[in-house]
Design a protein around this ligand. Structure first.
Ligand SMILES: *Cc1c(COP(=O)(O)O)cnc(C)c1O
Length: 379
């Protein structure tokens, strides 16, 4: 978007923008003419389509990714004072889902290149209270699953993989999630595909899938009966959201390749800037699915650079603030600065810049120019 302010051309480039086509709008509207606004055939279609795309047998669609995480935790019977090893560098709900069951997140530090949990730090945190490992595929980049699985198998621990940012990412040539006991997706508007709000639990295990289906539906054994047999919730995704999801899945390949294309262009345009750290590259066994575009800069300049960008119409955000230093966690668990130095350093250096399917070449150039100017101004 271009605006003339005081004779100068100033752009507004948001950090994120949903991409919904006319076909998708029609499919959503069509739902309103059916008898099913919720609990109808489209949610099932959405689950089947996702399952086929991922090559993982069971998908349970729910109302958001956080609910999907909660049911995953609950389906494994994780409760009071149980410990789960996880990452402090993630969106807060990958740990909040443990607090929901009064379980305790045990953080370990991250890898400075991939920003994902460092697998070699997991084993020393395992004890008799440890009930699971919960890694997250941060910014769409797959975790080191071979190593995480090796530790998990040694101690017979299940894995909940938070793949909310990584739909379509590949590990060892397969879509992420299938190597884990359960994995979780989100369809929030800034994710690769959206349903407005939405999420899903993905698992190869039928028993866990049935438990999650039941807990999504008030704890009823199946949707035809009226009685409840376990604690449950109303975590249904509705038909309107599911219709958008089905339509988005129809063009997921196009969406992912468009995002990859934009990321490659950013990398090209930014690669001459020595002060900017770019996202880690794919390897032979890890293929990123582009979720956000996050750059790193000198930590003492980061906030000034962000202010400059924001003042010049470039949407950007600190991404992520570490989980263990948020008041909810410092108050309850006494975590403090310095506990996870790599996650904290990365957290002080990173900035998410505008990234979405429809980002134009001109807007990208504008963003890059503003980054260059911000770097000069903060020298
Ligand atoms: C988006 C996201 C979630 C879940 O978000 P919802 O808004 O509840 O769908 C969980 N974990 C991570 C890492 C995420 O990025």
């Amino acid at each position: 978007m271009v605006m003339a302010i005081a004779g100068q051309l100033r752009r507004e480039v948001p950090i994120s923008l949903a991409d919904v086509t006319d076909t998708e709008k029609k499919k959503v509207l069509a739902v309103l003419d059916t008898n099913f606004l919720s609990r109808g055939p489209i949610i099932q279609e959405f689950e089947e389509r996702l399952s086929a795309y991922l090559g993982i047998p069971y998908v349970i669609a729910v109302n958001n990714g956080t609910a999907a995480l909660h049911l995953s935790v609950k389906s494994l019977g994780i409760s009071n004072d149980d410990e789960v090893i996880t990452t402090p560098f993630s969106f807060v709900s990958s740990s909040n889902c443990l607090l929901m069951e009064k379980a305790k997140p045990i953080f370990v530090d991250i890898d400075p290149e991939t920003y994902n949990i460092n697998p070699s730090l997991i084993e020393s945190k395992i004890n008799s209270r440890t009930k699971a490992i919960l890694p997250a595929d941060i910014f769409g980049y797959p975790c080191e699953m071979d190593k995480i699985r090796e530790v998990a198998e040694k101690y017979n621990l299940p894995i909940i993989e938070d793949s909310c940012e990584a739909l379509g990412a590949e590990y060892n040539g397969k879509k992420v999630g299938g190597e884990s006991t359960l994995s979780v997706l989100s369809f929030f508007p800034n994710k690769q595909i959206t349903t407005g709000e939405g999420g899903a639990i993905v698992t190869p295990r039928r028993d866990l899938a049935e438990l999650c289906r039941s807990m999504r539906n008030h704890g009823k054994p199946d949707s035809k009966v009226a009685y409840t047999e376990r604690m449950g919730y109303n975590y249904w995704m509705n038909e309107i959201n599911a219709a958008l999801g089905v339509a988005q899945i129809d063009r997921i390949e196009e969406i992912l390749s468009r995002r990859e294309d934009i990321a490659e262009r950013y990398i090209e345009k930014l690669s001459s800037l020595e002060e900017v750290t770019l996202p880690v590259k794919n390897t032979q066994n890890k293929k990123r699915s582009w979720f956000v575009f996050v750059i790193g800069v000198e930590e003492s300049k980061r906030n000034q650079i962000m202010t400059y960008l924001q003042n010049n119409g470039v949407g950007c955000r600190e991404y992520f603030p570490t989980i263990h230093l948020q008041p909810l966690y410092t108050n309850q668990f006494g975590y403090k600065r310095g506990d996870f130095p790599i996650a904290e350093r990365i957290s002080r250096q990173t900035i998410a810049i505008p990234f979405y399917n429809k980002l134009s070449e001109e807007d990208m150039d504008y963003v890059v120019t503003q980054i260059k100017e911000a770097l000069i101004k903060t020298q």
